[in-house]
Each structure stands twice: as C-alpha cells, then as structure tokens.
Ligand binder design. Structure first.
Ligand code: FAD
Length: 851
C-alpha cells in the first residue's frame, strides 16, 4: 500500500514539475529530496517507507546527472555541443526553393495550437466582420446586380462567359478589388473580397473564377507587393480597369504539384527590343491549365533563370523568376482552350520558344530575379486563405439553402423528403459544414485583412473547406436525385458539381496540401521551437548557432515534458481542469475540450516531429495527413466558437455549435488514434497511447437526436436558416430556379395542413389523385378542404410542378462532347439562342393547372 502511495506521490510531483515547465535544477532538487527521504527513512527506521533494495540508490544518479546538466558550461560541453555538431552535419542543405518556401508566410492561431496552450484572447483579437460603407454598398449593389444578370445555364451551355458580363465586371472594377485606390483599384479588405467572391460563387462558380484570378495570384497582388514603381504605375491601373486581363502561368506538363521543378527556362543575354540593343532574357516555356490564358493580355510567366555569363552578378543559377509578358509579344503562343469539366471560365495552355524579353519585364526588376518562389509562396498563403475557402463556404451554404427548400417541397410517400430520417443525416452534415466553413472563412479573412499571410491556416482552410464542399454537393445531388442529374436551365446544382474537381485541384491539390503543407510545413512555421532549432543549426556563425540551439533545445525539452504531463492530467480529469476563457457562457464545455485536445495535439505532434525528422515527415504522409486533419479540426472548432461569440451567442445556434463540436472532436480523436496506432516507433506508440488515451477514447459522434433537432430548426424558413446561409446570393425571382424554390417553400409550408387532409382523403378513397382528375376540386366539393385551402393548394401544386420539373431538349439542340470543340461551341451557341424560349415553354407547361 505504502509503495503505491509513494509511487503516486512521486508521479504527481513529476507531473506538476513537468506541467509547470520547471527548470532542470528544480528536477534535480526534487529527485534529490525524494532519494534522501527514502534513504534516511530506511536507515533510521523512522519512516514506514518501502525498500527497493539497492535500486533506491539509483535515485542519486539521475539527481546528480540533472544537477550537473544544470551547470551551463558542463551541459554545453557534454551534451549540447556534440548534439549540435551532429545535427548540423546530418541536416540536409536546403535548396534555394526550400529555403524561400520555409521563409514564406506567417504563423497565426495555428502556432497556439502547436504550442498546446491556445490563448483565446489572440483569437478574440481578430476583429469580427467589419466592412466599410463603400465595401457594403459594393456587396449589396454591384455584386447583387452582377448576380442577377448572370445566366448560369447559358454560361455552362456555351462554355463561355458572355461579353456583357465581362463588360460589367470591367466597368465596376471587379478585377481590381484589392488593388490600392492610388493605383486605380477599389482598395478593399480581404474580408470584403472574400464576401464578394463568395456571393458571386453562390451564383456562378465560373464568374467567381474569372474574378478570383485577377484578385489573387493573377498578378495584381504580386505587382502591388513586389513590382517596380514603373510596373505599378503602368500595369495596376490597367488591371484595375480590366484593360489588361492577367493570368499566372506556373504549371507545366512535367511540373504540377511540384511546380518548382518547372522545365521552362530563361537565359540572360543581350538582344534587340524595339530596335535597340537590350539586356534581357531568352525564354522558352510550355505551360498548361492556365486560368484566363485564352483571354489574357498579360502573362505572368514563371521560369527558371540562368545567367551563364554572370551579367546580373548573381551567379549562373539565378533561380525561379516571374516576368510580366504582354500576350501579343512576338513568339507568345496563347489563346486555345481546355474544356475543363464542362465549366465556362477560360483556361488553356501557353508556350513560347526562344522568346526575347527585356529584363525590365522581370517582376520587381533585376533585383528580384531569382526571388519569385518566395513571392509566389507569400502571395499564395494569402490568396489561398481567401479565394477557395470563400467559394467553398458559399457553395456549402447554397447547397443547404436549396436542399432545405427542395427537401421540404418534394414529397414522396406522402411526406416531404427532408423529414425522412435517412435524409436528415446529409442535411445535418450540411448544417454543420455551413456553420463551420463560414466561421473559418470569416476568421481567416479577418486575419488576412490585418496583414497576416497565414501559411498553415491557408493550407488547411483550402483543403478542409473544399472537401466539405465536395461532401455537401454530393449530399445535395443525392437529395435531389434525378432532379439534379438532368442538366438544363432548371438545374441549379450542376455548376457546383462540375466545379468541385477544379476547387479540389487548384492552388495546391488537396491530397498534397493535406499531406505536405498543413502539418509538415506547419511544423516548421508554427512549432514554437523547431524553426529556431533548425535556424540555429544552419547559422553560419557556429558559436552563435550553438548558443541559440542550446536555448531552443532547453525550452523544447521543458515544452515536451509539459505537454506530456498536461495532456495526461487533462485526459485523466476529462478536461475539467482546462483553462476556459471568460464570457463563454454555454460553450465553456467545448472550450475546455479544445484546450485539452490542443495539449494532446501538441504532445503527439512534437513526438512525431522529433522522432520522424525532416525526411520522415516527407515520407510518412498518412501520419502527417492525419495530424493535418487533427490540427484542422481544432482550428475550425476554435473558429466555430468564435463565430458563436461574435454572433452574440444566440441560444438557437447552440445545438449547432454542440453538433459541430462533438463531431469535430470525434474526428480529431480518430485522426489522433490513426496517428498513434500507426506510429512506426513501438515505445513512442505505447507512450502516446498512455498519455493520450489513459482511460480510452473519450469522444463520440454527435447523437442522432441532436442531428434531428438541428435539421428541424433549419427546415423552417426564418432567422436561423437565413443566418446559416448568410452572404450568398438569394433570388426571390420565381422565374429563376432558386428564386422559385424560395417562393414555393413559403407557400408549401402554409399548405401543409391542407395537404395532409387531402392525403387522408386519398387514403380513405374519398379522392383519387391521378393525371386528368381535379382532385383538389373534388376534395373541396366533398368538404375535405375549404375553398381558400383549395386555392392555396392549386397554387402550391403549380409551383411544385415547376420546382420538380427537369429540362428536355430536341436532339438537334444539344451536341455530344466528342465533336470538335469548334463544332461543339457553334452547336451550343445555336442551341443557346433557343434556350430562353425553351425555358418559357417548360414554365408554361408547368404552369398548367393541377389535374
Ligand atoms: C481548373 C484549373 C485551373 C488551374 N489554374 C492554374 C493557373 O491559373 N495557373 C497555374 O499555373 N496552374 C493552374 N492550374 C494547375 C494546378 O495548380 C495543378 O493542376 C495542380 O498544382 C496539380 O498539378 P497536376 O494537375 O499536374 O497534378 P499532379 O501534380 O500530377 O498530382 C496528381 C496527384 O498526386 C498528388 N501528389 C503530387 N505530389 C505529391 C506528393 N509529394 N505527396 C503526396 N501527393 C502528391 C496530388 O495531390 C494529386 O492528387 C489549374 C488547374 C486546374 C485544374
């Protein structure tokens, strides 16, 4: 018994010391005290302490060792210095590209999660959504107007964006939303850009794309940040006005995800430009998948620059460079199109062979030659945080909006399909995704608005939100079934369905983003000590490096011990001792679990980083992918809690927050379990299991009854449904398919009681409901329903007939895709001329009175 108590006391003492990040000398003193007490107790026979025999003497050894290591010169010569030299030798020399990537982007709340003690006030400090009057007016004015004028079916059918839309975009400066006012743009914040992009994406993913490119990597931001004064003065106003349509050409046939491996090459040389002898670059390239390339007038061309004669004084291998090349420059081949999954935005290849361009066209001028990778990575960190997450969040919200309406209007087995338990599962998923994606979008956009370039958060937001979009679109397709499969003017899901693969692929394909960027890159950027240790080991000044290394390693060791102890304590106490920020009424429970989960993540992440090392992190992608998922779940949970707070903690939203939190924590747990169960080092696997799951796996998915509850809430039109689907384009035009849904939904709900009466009458054989029979009239005549109810039902029948109608075409109207693109587009154009007439016919037939 005494032995057990003594062991528990020692263990508790060690946990407290570790959790409080005590210095080495305190550990030494504690060990010394325990060992001495033991020995004295044994010798004097006063204490009834157990004897471990000669083993008790072993306590002196670690006490003395730790004591010795507390003396800096001794520690340095015995331990730190040899370790430093070993790591310095073993560390691979970073390539220029890797060095530039590592230095690009900033750490944000991800660093708090990597640190295991998330400071909620740092997230609170990210301002809730704020827009200037001008931004709000643009969102409610020009953006709404644009959405109203977009004809999604026509774009899809023509595989083209009509000229009037291009004109409108240019006139209203949609291509210069982020370009500063002094350069002719609108100077909007990232938050405003995100909302404009989201609203347009909810109307047309194609038009979203053509706005997104110029406002993200498509040159405006690159030129504004890195361009020479002349480039800014000349190009930015033209870009802002849409006089120049830009594209960024990075990807080639041999260089996709590994874009830095591009084979496009430039050589510094002298040549003739505008009749004069000019220092320039002779460049050859072969690029593909370049968005806007077919329409582009300005090409941001990335290539590897060499300078064999050292004319720039930077050595032979200058590095990756971007040049701003007018598309009409002799030798530039551009203009043909890929047909990208039926989408309408222009995308195509470009190439050139031995094209001479002046050096002045290098982005940022001669000084920035060879620095393009860092520029691109920094810009991508900001743009990836905005563009795709905005589109994805808007997409999920749109799916929820149309599914809750259609699911309530469409009846099968005498009941709205959304009331069927099996369909409540996808609907609940959508509610969660809509809430969480919007929360992540808003917080992340606000971070970028204040100047952050969150490298890790942007990566996880990109893959997480687009994966949620993919799930939501698939769920929406399932819910609509045949109604979603047949394309035509009435189909409001097809564009999203076609767009999903592009969203998954662009700005870093999701698989590689998850496996390599979110966690592996995150480890370097967001881990509190790893970056410092690496930097110290690579310091050219060995003594300075050693001192920095020693500092970082000592901090790292106490950080690791603290995480292990903290995680263990919180897991034993189910997070009851976890830190909860003030003013978290109703969500304190989730804050506690977030803190606890973050402790666990920090511990497992740290063990993984230390034991796998840089090479292991690149290779063990199933582990790093799971850790990326774990980190993402924590970030998104934090965003969801912040959203709840920023929204004023509406009680109605609480079940949604609970649903999202429970599922998020469960997915977090699955990711941690997967990591630990598959960890390649046996002792570490066992240690992590003990620390992270001492009492088994604590989290369960949200229960079905909570899912039913949130779906029930969102199936009612009103404040909650509007809040969940805010900032998307909402049509109220009954001649437009999503507007028709809204109008029909409101009436269908009003007619539900009358509908039930008719159902009962049909079951009892009082009324027969077949084509050619006026069953509503029959029911009214028999007193089953009142005249007013009959009138409402007729209206609902007519609206429902239109809601569930799908389009059909004469064979000549539609041409198969295997025709040559030219024929196909010509045929599509011919058919498009008739589409509005066809829609009118469809509508007219749907308008026929019921029965
Ligand atoms: C619609 C669209 C628009 C685009 N617009 C542009 C543009 O404007 N400018 C531009 O320069 N490019 C553009 N791209 C190119 C885009 O960036 C690339 O398609 C993307 O980087 C992936 O390259 P890839 O298609 O060659 O796939 P690959 O690189 O061949 O990848 C195939 C698969 O392997 C995975 N993978 C690759 N490497 C790894 C790894 N190390 N570890 C784990 N998994 C890995 C990927 O995740 C992917 O799933 C666009 C692409 C599309 C589809």
């Amino acid at each position: 018994m005494w032995q057990l108590i003594a062991l528990i006391v020692c263990l508790a003492g060690a946990l407290v010391l570790a959790a409080r990040r005590s210095p080495l000398w305190l550990w030494a003193l504690a060990l010394l005290a325990i060992t001495s007490t033991w020995q004295i107790g044994l010798l004097e026979g006063h204490l009834e302490v157990p004897s471990f025999g000669p083993l008790s003497l072993l306590g002196w050894l670690p006490a003395v060792a730790l004591g010795a290591l507390s003396i800096p010169p001794l520690r340095r010569s015995v331990l730190v210095s040899p370790a430093f030299r070993f790591i310095r030798r073993a560390l691979p020399r970073l390539s220029e590209v890797a060095r530039q990537s590592a230095g690009a982007g900033t750490a944000g709340f991800d660093a708090e999660l990597f640190g295991g003690r998330p400071d909620w006030d740092k997230l609170r400090a990210v301002p809730p959504m704020t827009l200037t009057d001008e931004e709000r007016a643009f969102l409610d004015g020009a953006t709404e107007q644009l959405c109203r004028m977009i004809d999604d079916w026509r774009n899809r059918h023509d595989q083209d964006i009509p000229e009037e839309v291009w004109r409108f975009l240019k006139e209203h400066h949609f291509f210069g939303l982020r370009i500063a006012k002094r350069h002719g743009g609108l100077g909007f914040s990232a938050q405003a850009l995100s909302l404009v992009l989201g609203k347009v994406a909810s109307r047309s993913p194609d038009v979203f794309t053509i706005i997104m490119i110029p406002n993200s990597l498509g040159l405006g931001e690159l030129i504004e940040t890195y361009g020479t004064d002349e480039q800014k003065r000349h190009l930015l106003p033209r870009l802002a006005r849409g006089e120049d349509i830009p594209c960024l050409a990075l990807t080639g046939p041999a260089s996709g995800s590994d874009a830095a491996a591009m084979r496009d090459v430039g050589t510094v040389t002298r040549g003739r430009y505008q009749g004069a002898d000019t220092l320039g670059i002779r460049v050859s390239w072969d690029k593909r998948y370049i968005t806007l390339a077919p329409n582009a007038t300005l090409l941001g061309l990335a290539f590897h620059l060499f300078d064999p004669d050292n004319l720039l004084g930077k050595g032979e291998d200058v590095g990756i460079t971007v040049a701003l090349v007018p598309a009409d420059h002799p030798g530039v081949v551009i203009g043909s199109r890929h047909l990208s999954a039926g989408t309408a935005f222009p995308i195509g290849p470009t190439s050139g062979k031995d094209v001479f361009i002046p050096l002045a066209w290098v982005l940022g001028g001669e000084d920035m030659a060879g620095q393009a990778w860092r520029m691109l990575m920094e810009c991508v960190a900001a743009s990836r945080a905005i563009a795709l997450p905005s589109c994805a969040a808007a997409g999920v919200k749109s799916m929820l909006r149309v599914c809750t309406a259609y699911g309530r209007i469409r009846r099968q087995f005498r009941s709205p399909i959304a009331r069927m338990e099996a369909l409540q599962e996808p609907l609940a998923r959508m509610v969660e995704a809509a809430y969480v994606s919007e929360a992540g979008r808003a917080v992340t956009a606000a971070m970028v608005s204040r100047g952050e370039k969150p490298a890790v958060i942007s990566a996880l937001m990109k893959y997480q939100t687009t994966e949620r979009l993919r799930a939501a679109v698939n769920d929406a397709m399932d819910l609509h079934a045949g109604r979603a499969v047949c394309d035509g003017p009435a189909n409001y899901l097809q564009s999203a369905y076609q767009m999903v693969p592009a969203a998954i692929t662009v700005e870093g394909a999701n698989i590689v983003t998850r496996a390599l960027m979110a966690f592996t890159q995150g480890a370097l950027i967001s881990h509190p000590y790893l970056g410092r240790e690496m930097q110290a080991c690579q310091d050219a000044d060995e003594q300075r490096g050693l001192a920095a290394f020693e500092h970082a390693v000592l901090d790292h060791v106490s950080f690791a011990l603290s995480n292990a102890a903290g995680a263990f304590i919180h897991n034993l106490t189910a997070g009851r001792l976890a830190k909860v920020p003030a003013r978290t009424l109703g969500t304190a429970r989730w804050h506690r679990q977030l803190w606890r989960a973050s402790r666990n993540f920090a511990f497992v992440a740290d063990v993984t980083i230390v034991l796998l090392g840089a090479r292991g992190l690149r290779i063990r992608q199933r582990l790093t992918g799971r850790l990326a998922d774990a980190l993402s779940e924590l970030y998104l949970l934090a965003c969801a809690l912040k959203r709840h707070e920023d929204d004023g903690m509406p009680a109605e939203d609480r079940p949604i927050v609970a649903f999202a939190a429970q599922n998020g924590l469960y997915r977090f747990q699955q990711a941690m379990r997967g990591t630990i169960d598959n960890f390649p080092v046996a002792w570490a696997r066992r240690l992590m299991k003990i620390v992270v799951f001492p009492l088994g796996a604590p989290y369960r998915p949200a229960p079905d009854r909570l899912g039913h509850k949130i779906v029930r809430l969102v199936l009612e039109p009103g404040e909650l449904r509007d809040r969940l689907t805010r900032y998307i384009y909402l049509s109220t035009d009954p001649n437009e398919p999503t507007g028709l849904l809204e109008v029909a939904l409101e009436k269908a709900i009003r007619a539900e009681d009358a509908e039930k009466k008719i159902d009962r009458a049909v079951r009892r054989g009082l009324v027969r409901r077949y084509h050619g029979i006026d069953w509503i009239g029959d029911a009214a005549r028999q007193g089953v329903i009142s005249e007013a109810e009959a009138e409402l039902l007729r209206e609902v029948e007519a609206l429902t007939a239109r809601v569930i109608a799908v389009d059909h075409f004469d064979p000549d109207e539609v041409r198969p895709n295997y025709m040559t693109p030219g024929d196909n587009i010509r045929a599509a154009r011919g058919a498009a001329a008739e589409w509005s007439q066809r829609r009118a016919i469809n509508r007219a037939s749907a308008d026929e009175p019921a029965g």
